[in-house]
Ligand binder design. Structure first.
Ligand SMILES: *[C@@H]1O[C@H](CO)[C@@H](O)[C@H](O)[C@H]1NC(C)=O
Ligand SMILES: *[C@@H]1O[C@H](CO)[C@@H](O)[C@H](O)[C@H]1NC(C)=O
Ligand SMILES: *[C@@H]1O[C@H](CO)[C@@H](O)[C@H](O)[C@H]1NC(C)=O
Ligand SMILES: *[C@@H]1O[C@H](CO)[C@@H](O)[C@H](O)[C@H]1NC(C)=O
Ligand SMILES: *[C@@H]1O[C@H](CO)[C@@H](O)[C@H](O)[C@H]1NC(C)=O
Ligand SMILES: *[C@@H]1O[C@H](CO)[C@@H](O)[C@H](O)[C@H]1NC(C)=O
Ligand SMILES: *[C@@H]1O[C@H](CO)[C@@H](O)[C@H](O)[C@H]1NC(C)=O
Length: 925
């Protein structure tokens, strides 16, 4: 629920911001100079007034009062010098100005200007004019939220009197002139929210910058200079979301006049909670979210007596929460979520902190003890209570029902049980209610939560609830619900109230049992971004109406009984679509043929349907594509070498289709990020050429950690919802068909090639041994001949190697004994001969793994070799324990199962179960 926090923060920020900046007083003087008056009038004329140019609700066009007949010194926003009458201040903040300021603007003739506030207007992506250097007297410059899109002009370093510079929320780019930091009188520098601005914080030679330094600009980096400790009077410091390196210098401890310190995700490595904070007794706002802090939260934290806002979210704190924290009576905002804090705590401890309005303790290892009975003390004015995954048991605490100001309540992933008390639905200020992943039971009528007229986010998923559609949906106004999580709610029909919710952005209805078609009104929800209804017995077709949902980002209709074709628009109608999950249905026809340039698609999973035809060549437009799974269909195509041009593609799964022809590329195809290639159970033929293998460059690194997925999931952040999508698919490993779920997480290093069960012939190219990151290599059931390349010894990460059911001959290279990770090795049913390599690893593989090779000998086969060690010229014993089987020519067995191509080997439906068990038995135990 972290995303909700981002809402609180800017609000507080803006509030404080406006407090600090609203004090510019306008002094009215006598006579305005005619030239200045004219210059201002000309300046006024260069803009259009537009309500949309300002964010502030209270904005109004100040220039409307600028009239030639009136002394300019009394115009709205104009300040003149009392003695000279020169214009020295212009405040056009939130004045609805739209247009641009160019170099010859009459504004620049007002050379006596000391204060210029242009914030909150729309200068239409124009440059900050360098003529601003003309204002040599300027002390105060505010161009925050002014719609400039600009580099920061060097001439600002000429403004030696400058005390305050605010260029926040512009679209600044390029290098920030270091000289500005050195301006002798600069006390306030605000650069917040300029994502493309680069820069460093230079050495501070002086004690200037006594007030504020705010640089949350992603590309600011480098080290924080030790000399920052010279800014001993600094009150505000914010370097959130920067890209700094190194640790906080200890001189930081000198900044003990700080009132506001924000190091949120600044990139600094911070270690333990720094002891020098203990002297920061003025501090009222401390944000150390995502600072990699470790150790315990110190008990002296209570010495920060002025603190009312403490954010320690997403660090690595462990240990118990110090009891002293509960004595910090001024705390209003406390977020400790996403750490590793532990211990048992009475919830009542928090409830005694009398000012607390926001608590987040989610996702630690805490065990919060639910109050038994009712809680007597006066409750704090809680507005936000997040206790997700806090090991809460029993029923929903009754005191929650008394928190009349509560807006966000998160209790998901606990062990709460019983019915959801109806009183909860009388908390009329609730905007977010998340109760998913508990054991709530009983029936719940939708009328209950529809009473919450402010509800935006509702999640009831994965309890034991039965959601009843409710009696009447249009009884009064509905809440402005944007997120509805109703997975596993025992729904048998689509709740009709959903039909009337116009603002739905995320709708989850998975794991219900609809046994019906998706009603058309769902496809008509034009604002929807996330539509997830998997495992819900849906029937019928995916309506082409879905093409009208332009905002769709995630579509997951996996594992239903959907039939019909995939609407042809699906690859192109929504530019925002990232995830298309349709596996496990009965969809037929072709894959959508059009994919527009700039497509956001990252994942296409249509496995296990009845799709036919070719792979659409337009997939090359999906430059973001990471995952393509079309397994278990009837796709009839040649090897899609052209996918090699996709820069992010990591997984290609084509198993069980009708792909055919040689696996090669006519020219160069690099597959720059390929991790997993599953071509098994198709009709590929011809030779596997060294040239082709060299294209799988990404697999040649032996440092397997380089192949870790950058993220543990595809993270899709919405405004009020988010999703983590994991790659999952089916592949055979170690002779067993295995469902891989969450591969980025659990199998982050999975690097695999499976070309088994095709008709690939010729020798195995020895360059295959260069694919050093391979974990799994399955070439079983093809027509390979010749030797097993000894270069395989270089596959040092290999865990499973299956070469069974080919016509390989010669000896098993002794060098394979070097493969220490090898857990599975199967060369059964080839024409191999000679001794089985002897070492620890190989001695663990059972006889089955070598059977069906007339000439092999070794202890595993209970057959001595000719040189005297373990030779038994009569062949295999037929009677011995579990593993051993009768010698036979495997080709004879196979003839009965489809003439050469053995489909279903791994599925276990073609072979006798004994053979299958025996093939599986090649796992090292
Ligand atoms: C402003 O600074 C520039 C260098 O950035 C310099 O060339 C110029 O002379 C300065 N102008 C004034 C008016 O000081
Ligand atoms: C800085 O401000 C002080 C007054 O606060 C003033 O006396 C001094 O001249 C200023 N310095 C410069 C370089 O502008
Ligand atoms: C600023 O800090 C540096 C390093 O911490 C120090 O060497 C220098 O003397 C300080 N300058 C002033 C003016 O305090
Ligand atoms: C914080 O820790 C994580 C994981 O240990 C690491 O990937 C990241 O680079 C660290 N960040 C900083 C700023 O040190
Ligand atoms: C706190 O301030 C005192 C007095 O200035 C100083 O002696 C002490 O070292 C400071 N403590 C820390 C941890 O920096
Ligand atoms: C915290 O404050 C108390 C008294 O106000 C003081 O005795 C104690 O030493 C302080 N703790 C630290 C770590 O400075
Ligand atoms: C709560 O208040 C009631 C009446 O005011 C009192 O009888 C009861 O003992 C109190 N319970 C606790 C736990 O303080």
């Amino acid at each position: 629920m972290g995303y909700l926090w981002s809402l609180v923060f800017p609000t507080l920020f803006l509030f404080l911001f406006s407090l600090l900046f609203s004090s510019s007083t306008i002094v009215k003087a006598h006579q305005c100079h005619g030239t200045e008056s004219n210059a201002l009038l000309q300046f006024k004329e260069s803009f259009v007034i537009s309500k949309f140019a300002s964010y502030n609700h209270f904005s109004y066009p100040k220039t409307v009062s600028w009239m030639p007949s009136i002394d300019c010194c009394s115009w709205d926003g104009i300040e003149c010098d009392e003695v000279t009458g020169h214009v020295i201040g212009i405040d056009l903040s939130s004045s609805q100005l739209y247009g641009s300021i160019d170099a010859n603007s009459s504004l620049f003739s007002l050379v006596h200007l000391q204060s210029l506030d242009l914030s909150d207007n729309d200068f239409n992506h124009s440059q900050i004019p360098t003529m601003i250097g003309n204002f040599s007297q300027l002390r105060y410059l505010n161009a925050s939220k002014s719609g400039f899109s600009s580099s920061v002009p060097d001439v600002l370093t000429n403004l030696t009197y400058l005390q305050s510079l605010d260029l926040s929320h512009c679209d600044l780019y390029g290098e920030f002139p270091v000289g500005i930091f050195h301006l002798p009188n600069l006390t306030t520098l605000v650069l917040a929210e300029n994502r493309n601005l680069n820069g460093v914080i230079p050495d501070f030679q002086s004690r200037a910058l006594v007030n504020k330094l705010i640089i949350p600009a992603t590309n600011f980096g480098g080290r924080i200079p030790t000399s920052i400790g010279n800014l001993t009077s600094l009150k505000w410091l914010s370097i959130a979301e920067c890209n700094f390196q190194g640790s906080i210098p200890s001189s930081f401890g000198n900044l003990n006049q700080l009132v506001h310190l924000d190091l949120f995700s600044s990139g600094l490595t911070t270690g333990n909670f720094p002891l020098f904070f203990v002297n920061f007794t003025q501090l009222s706002f401390l944000d150390l979210e995502r600072c990699n802090l470790t150790g315990e939260i110190p008990s002296w934290i209570m010495n920060l007596t002025s603190l009312n806002h403490l954010r320690l979210h997403r660090n690595m704190f462990h240990g118990e929460i110090p009891y002293s924290l509960f004595r910090m009576d001024n705390l209003e905002y406390l977020s400790l979520g996403f750490n590793m804090l532990q211990g048992e705590l009475e919830l009542g401890l928090f409830l005694k902190m009398r000012r607390l309005s926001i608590i987040d303790l989610s996702y630690n290892k805490l065990s919060l003890l639910n109050e038994k009975g009712s809680f007597n003390a006066t409750l704090p004015p809680l507005e936000v209570l997040f206790l997700d995954q806090c090991n809460l048991t029993g029923r929903i605490p009754t005191w929650i029902m008394n928190l009349t100001g509560l807006q966000w309540l998160g209790l998901q992933e606990n062990y709460l049980q019983g019915e959801i008390p109806h009183l909860l639905f009388s908390l009329e200020n609730l905007e977010t209610l998340s109760l998913s992943y508990n054991s709530f039971e009983g029936e719940l009528e939708s009328d209950m939560f529809l009473k919450l007229k402010k509800l935006i986010y509702l999640s009831l998923s994965d309890n034991k609830l039965t959601l009843l559609p409710g009696k009447s949906s249009s009884n009064g106004t509905l809440p402005p619900l944007e997120v509805a999580g109703l997975d596993s709610c025992n729904l048998v029909e689509f709740p009709s109230f959903l039909q009337d919710l116009d603002q739905l952005v995320s709708l989850r209805l998975s794991n219900n049992d609809f046994k019906s078609v998706v009603p058309n009104w769902i496809w008509e929800k034009k604002s929807i971004e996330n539509l997830s209804i998997f495992n819900s017995s849906l029937t019928g077709e995916i309506s082409p109406l879905i093409c009208n949902i332009k905002s769709l980002v995630l579509l997951d209709l996996a594992n239903n009984n959907l039939s019909g074709t995939i609407p042809s628009c699906l690859g192109s109608s929504s530019q925002s679509l990232q995830i298309m999950m349709l596996p496990g249905n009965k969809l037929f026809g072709h894959l959508p043929q059009t994919y527009v340039m700039g497509s956001a698609l990252k994942m296409i999973d249509v496995a296990d349907n009845d799709l036919q035809g070719q792979l659409p060549r337009e997939l090359v437009n999906c430059r973001m594509l990471e995952f393509l799974d079309v397994s278990y269909n009837k796709i009839n195509d040649s090897f899609p070498y052209w996918l090699g041009s996709l820069p992010e593609l990591k997984v290609i799964a084509l198993r069980f289709n009708e792909f055919h022809g040689t696996i090669n590329c006519p020219s160069i195809c690099t597959f720059p990020k390929l991790h997993i290639l599953d071509l098994s159970h198709n009709k590929f033929s011809g030779n596997l050429t060294p040239k082709m293998i060299k294209n799988w460059k990404s697999m040649t690194t032996s440092n397997i950690s380089q192949l870790q997925y950058e993220d543990s999931a595809i993270h899709i952040p919405g405004k009020f919802w988010f999703a983590y999508i994991f790659y999952s698919f089916t592949m055979s490993n170690k002779g067993v068909v295995t469902d891989y779920e969450h591969i980025q997480k659990t199998f982050y290093c999975m690097v695999a090639i499976d070309i088994s069960s095709n008709r690939i012939s010729g020798e195995i190219p020895s360059v295959l041994g260069d694919l050093k990151s391979l974990v799994l290599l399955n070439m079983s059931n093809n027509l390979f001949i010749g030797d097993i390349p000894s270069s395989f010894r270089k596959l040092s990460n290999l865990e499973a190697l299956d070469l069974s059911l080919n016509s390989l001959s010669g000896k098993i290279p002794q060098e394979l004994a070097e493969l220490t990770f090898l857990e599975f090795f199967n060369v059964s049913f080839n024409k191999l001969s000679g001794p089985i390599p002897e070492n620890k690893q190989f001695s663990t593989f059972e006889g089955n793994c070598f059977a069906g090779n007339q000439g092999l000998c070794g202890i595993q086969l209970k057959k001595k070799c000719e040189d005297g060690s373990w030779s038994s010229p009569t062949g295999l014993d037929s009677d011995h324990d579990s593993g051993s089987i009768v010698e036979f020519d495997w080709k004879i067995i196979l003839i009965g199962y489809g003439g050469g191509v053995v489909a279903g080997l791994a599925l276990g439906n073609a072979f006798g179960s004994d053979i299958l068990i025996w093939l599986k038995g090649c796992v090292c135990l």
